[in-house]
Design a binder for this molecule. Structure first.
Ligand SMILES: [Zn+2]
Length: 405
């Protein structure tokens, strides 16, 4: 059984690092993130773990097994945050991983396989624009020339790693996926489904695929007073219709979302009919077929609206991440783990990206457990109850005992 008060104390301790005015700012590859790693390392070392940091800044705390040469069971999440984020995104997954292991050690459990707690570095990508940085480095999925990417003050990834005492090459963190028997991650849900269903835990089926694109709509800039409504080629109004069509396309499909998050209008004056409008699209679904269907509907709308309004429109896609189905065996294991603590856990996809994608795409059997949270995420309002965290730690402990006990 996990220790409620130990959990509560650690949630408070970890969230004090980088805390200001109720928010937590602990950006990747900074001294604050390192302080969080040091704290987690101290908890693990006190229980006999061997602690190390790899070339990408990932922390691994290894609890030995009877069969030391066996592939390890990896369990954890990340300890960085977005600017002015909350106390739970990422951090809770690491805290509960440690709690699960300690609760097993408290009752004298001896691991057969080694178990490692991991705190992935810079998951949020808030500083250098590389999301899932540490896990991408470990599983050889970093974007090209990642080490050269710089933050707003011109500090490169390589320099930030050197400042931590590493060599500056994150690719050196690469790990052979065959050394890893399984990867488990607990994370706050970041959506309202568990809270609405009144369930503390959920089992993640898939991590959504994402398409990012930029749409450029060209019309004709005209005088806003002298040009009658029937004689206009208003790029913004065309873009608005296209954005609404994206909404309709996403709403008509289950677990599918479409967002226009950035819009720019040119020339951008209140007395000029917009001659050009550029907007972004973000489409996500747990199945590629649904993403493709939304994009097909959207392209039809682009064609129809452009013809009707005399506009010229181009759609450029610049990022596509495939949907990542998580391992069916791990899904079953987490369903049983939740049942073992009295929770009938719904199965749901993750609409946000997670470190779990990288081991899963590298072929490591990967499972994710969601914990109910309210107040959204990436905000100081995000909130998970410690009683739920205790249930989650017990469920994780159940899974670890099956995989490594
Ligand atoms: Zn996270």
């Amino acid at each position: 059984m996990s220790d409620f008060f130990r959990l509560q104390k650690r949630i408070d301790e970890l969230s004090a690092i980088g805390a200001r005015d109720g928010a937590v700012t602990r950006l990747g590859l900074t001294a604050d993130e390192q302080a969080a790693r040091d704290l987690v390392a101290s908890w693990c070392a006190a229980r006999g773990a061997q602690v190390r940091r790899d070339a990408a800044g990932n922390l691994f705390a290894r609890f030995p097994g009877e069969r030391e040469g066996d592939p390890v069971v990896l369990v954890g999440s990340h300890v960085d945050s977005v600017p002015e984020g909350g106390r739970f995104d990422g951090a809770l997954g690491v805290i509960c991983a440690v709690e699960a292991i300690e609760s097993l050690l408290d009752v004298g459990t001896r691991f057969q396989r080694p178990v490692e707690v991991v705190a992935w570095a810079d998951e949020e990508g808030a500083r250098f624009g590389i999301g899932l940085f540490g896990s991408a480095a470990a599983f050889d999925r970093l974007p090209a020339r990642a080490a050269e990417r710089a933050d707003r003050s011109g500090v490169s990834v390589a320099a930030a790693l050197r400042a931590l005492g590493e060599q500056g090459d994150p690719a050196l963190a690469r790990r052979d996926p065959r050394e890893i028997a399984a990867y488990l991650e607990l994370h706050i849900e970041q959506g309202p489904k568990l809270a609405e269903a009144n369930r503390p835990l959920g089992v993640v089926s898939d991590i959504v695929g994402i398409v990012h694109g930029r749409v450029t709509v060209k019309g004709r800039a005209d005088h806003a007073g002298a040009t009658v409504m029937t004689a206009r080629a208003d790029a913004f109004l065309g873009a608005a219709e296209m954005a609404l069509a994206l909404e309709t396309a996403a709403r008509s499909r289950e677990n599918t979302v479409g967002t226009v998050g950035e819009v720019g209008v040119r020339p951008g004056a209140k007395n000029v009919v917009p001659g050009e409008c550029v907007f972004t699209i973000d489409v996500r679904a747990p199945e590629q077929s649904r993403i493709d269907a939304v994009m097909a509907d959207f392209r039809d709308a682009v064609k129809r609206v452009s013809e009707a309004r005399g506009l010229e429109t181009s759609v450029d896609l610049f990022n596509a991440i495939p949907p990542t189905p998580l391992d069916a065996t791990m899904r079953d294991l987490f369903a049983r783990a939740a049942a073992s603590v009295g929770v009938e856990a719904p199965v749901l996809p993750s609409g946000a990206g997670h470190d779990a994608q990288n081991p899963a795409l590298a072929g490591v059997p990967t499972g994710m457990l969601f914990i109910r949270s309210t107040g959204g995420s990436h905000t100081p309002r995000e909130s998970a109850a410690t009683v739920d965290a205790a249930l989650a730690s017990d469920a994780l402990a159940f899974a670890l005992r099956r995989l490594a006990g």
